[in-house]
Structures are given as structure tokens and as C-alpha cells.
Ligand binder design. Structure first.
Ligand SMILES: [Zn+2]
Length: 375
């Protein structure tokens, strides 16, 4: 079965976007790694300090300033260390990077390079045999953005270790019900004792239980699930994205919104990848779900919407993004951002390099003609 089997020679490295993710999604795995005598490191990417509602409630303070958030972040670190102790992990195994909470998507889209270098150094330093990372399908934008950053790091610096099996990479979901994840994930069976220990670890996150007690404690009964990352993973459309085709010079994304979803704020399509010179390139494109007009949205990058139409009440459109700004040898990541509260409708999709996909001549001509019309 494709789940980690730890031994005393295993070196586990867990990337957690926030303090509590270790308990919610990886408690059973951490207990097993400890029992096997594996070396464990847990990296908390943010302190979970931008968490205003529980803080307002617990501290009885409406306006929160930077000092308040830092204090809250320190409290959440303390809770994470307590949870790790319950799971048998020494506090010295934890590292806190203090990247800005709730802003990992902004970092990914604007200025990810220094974060990528930091993650690469951490992985190289720990040299894990088992690497646990969030899934790009997670509905929390911090989780999915961190997942994209780690996929970039792995494909650029650790491809050989992953390909040869020296480093097994596993992804986990905390938030949402992504079918791209849950339909393919392996379930970890848990004993009663392991589940009880997991519940005690979750109880250490008192700040999070204040407003979401039922949801948080529910994780104790939910089986942990993992997908082993593999280069041959197929892209599966999710949320409002029905299909994606990577053609010679463009990326075509077919979207469909339900009438209910259309009442939410205007969605934005993000596309991200490496350019030919190696720099990260990003495209943002607003999708006018309330209008049936065919509209060019970003003249600089020649992204446009074609074939927009209403089918009954639903809105369907084909979005075209020029992919010539991206290296054809690298993956492109896309996400349709549509938030409700702070959760996304769906996470990111990874589109394999164009070089690995056969491109029909007819498609090539059609795409070139389309871009010429826009120019
Ligand atoms: Zn989290």
C-alpha cells in the first residue's frame, strides 16, 4: 500500500502552513515515525497570527494591531509545541519560519523567490526520506500556495532524489473536499490509542477550539489520507474549471459557473510558471461571470475570454492565456480564485510541460489565428 513505512533510518520532514495542521492531518503519521525511531522535523511556515476572530473573542479586544498579532502568533507556537509533545515529538524538532499568515498566495504571485530558496535549503539540510507537504487541492489558499511553492522547489532542485525514490513526497489535505485528492488518496488506518492521542494533540490548540470546536475535534475521527506525488499525475479539473488544454502557444481553460456561484465576487484566474530565463512569471485575469460580453481583459499579456455564454442560468466560457511567456519545458500552475470566507472553491491545478504533450497541428493554427485577431 502507498503509505509511508517508517524505520529508524527514516528522516521525516513535515511542512505545516499553520500551527495545528500537524495535529489535524498528520498526527497518526507523526506518532508512527516517533515509534519507529525516525528523525523528525516539523516546519511551521506561518505562525497563524492573522486569526482575528478567535483572538477578538478570547482577548475581548476589537481592534488588533501588529503587536497583538505577534503575541497571538507566539501563543499559537506554544500550542503547536504542546501538541508535538503529546505526539512524542521533541520541541527541538520544530522550526518556525514566520512567513505572513493568510498571505502565501500573494507571496507566490508576487515575490516567491526568497521563500523558494529558503524551502530548498531546509529540504537539502534535513535530507528527508519522507517529505509531507500540503496538497495543491486544499481549499485553504495558504495551504495550496505553499504546495505550489514546494512543487516548484522539488521539480527544480530535488527531481532526481524523488525520481529515484530516495525521497518520497506525500501530500495531505486539511480543508475542503477536493475530489482530485480524496478520490485518489490512500487512507491511513488508525488504532484506538493513536486516535485518542490525536484527539489530545488537537486539544492543545485551545485558540482554535474556541470558535471551531466541533469542526476541529471532528478531525480526530477522520482518517488521515495521503497521495504520493508522482511526475505522471494527470490534471483533473475541479471547482469551476472543467478542462485545461496546454497548446503550443496558449493555455485554454474551460470554466462553468453555477447560478449560485455567480452571485459571489468576480473570480480571477491565476497562472504561474517559469519563463525561459528562469524567472517566475504570473498572469492574472478577471473573469466577468456576470456579463456575456466577449472581452479582452489583459491587453499586456493578450489573455482573453472567448465563447462566453449562458447555458440556462449558468455561465460558461473558454479562457485563453498566452503560454509563450512560460517555458514549455516547465509546468504551469493555474487557479480560479473564488473565495467564500477565507476558503477557496478549489485549489491549484498543475499543467504538465508542453513538451510532454503532443500538440495537434490544427490546434496550433487555431490558437495562432486567435491571438493574431486580438493583436
Ligand atoms: Zn492550516
Amino acid at each position: 500500500m502507498a503509505v509511508p513505512a517508517f524505520t529508524s533510518r527514516s528522516r521525516l520532514l513535515l511542512f505545516a502552513p499553520h500551527p495545528d495542521d500537524e495535529s489535524l492531518a498528520c498526527s497518526i503519521l507523526l506518532q508512527r515515525a516517533v515509534r519507529a525511531g525516525a528523525a523528525v522535523r516539523v516546519v511551521y511556515v506561518t505562525d497563524g497570527d492573522d486569526n482575528p476572530w478567535p483572538q477578538r473573542l478570547l482577548e475581548r479586544k476589537w481592534r488588533l494591531n501588529a503587536a497583538d498579532r505577534r503575541r497571538w502568533g507566539r501563543l499559537r507556537r506554544t500550542e503547536a509545541l504542546a501538541a508535538l509533545r503529546v505526539l512524542g515529538v521533541n520541541g527541538s524538532a520544530a522550526r518556525f519560519l514566520a512567513l505572513p499568515d493568510q498571505k502565501l498566495t500573494a507571496i507566490l504571485m508576487c515575490d516567491a523567490q526568497s521563500a523558494l530558496e529558503r524551502f530548498a535549503a531546509i529540504i537539502a539540510d534535513w535530507n528527508p526520506t519522507e517529505l509531507l507537504v500540503p496538497s495543491i487541492s486544499d481549499a485553504h489558499p495558504d495551504h495550496s500556495a505553499l504546495a505550489v511553492m514546494l512543487r516548484l522547489v522539488l521539480s527544480e532542485s530535488f527531481l532526481e532524489l524523488v525520481a529515484t525514490g530516495q525521497m518520497a513526497v506525500w501530500s495531505y489535505v486539511v480543508h475542503g473536499k477536493s475530489s482530485a485528492f480524496f478520490d485518489r488518496a490512500e487512507t491511513i488506518c488508525q488504532s484506538r490509542v493513536e486516535a485518542a492521542t490525536k484527539l489530545r494533540a488537537i486539544h492543545c490548540h485551545k485558540t482554535q477550539l474556541k470558535l471551531s470546536r466541533k469542526r476541529f475535534l471532528g478531525y480526530a475521527g477522520r482518517r488521515e489520507r495521503l497521495i504520493k506525488l508522482c511526475a505522471c499525475d494527470k490534471t483533473i479539473g475541479e471547482g469551476s474549471i472543467v478542462s485545461v488544454s496546454r497548446l503550443a502557444r496558449s493555455l485554454r481553460v474551460e470554466v462553468r459557473f453555477s447560478p449560485k456561484a455567480m452571485r459571489l465576487s468576480e473570480p480571477t484566474l491565476f497562472a504561474l510558471g517559469r519563463g525561459d530565463a528562469g524567472a517566475l512569471r504570473c498572469v492574472r485575469m478577471r473573469v466577468p461571470a456576470r456579463s456575456s460580453r466577449v472581452e479582452m481583459l489583459d491587453s499586456a499579456s493578450l489573455a482573453y475570454v472567448a465563447g462566453a455564454q449562458y447555458c440556462g442560468n449558468a455561465f460558461a466560457a473558454e479562457l485563453t492565456i498566452p503560454s509563450s511567456i512560460f517555458s514549455s519545458a516547465r509546468a504551469i500552475f493555474i487557479k480560479l480564485e473564488r473565495r467564500s470566507w477565507f476558503f477557496d472553491e478549489a485549489g491549484w491545478l498543475e499543467i504538465a510541460p508542453a513538451a510532454s504533450q503532443p500538440i495537434a497541428e490544427a490546434d496550433r493554427d487555431e490558437v495562432e489565428a486567435g491571438l493574431a485577431t486580438i493583436r
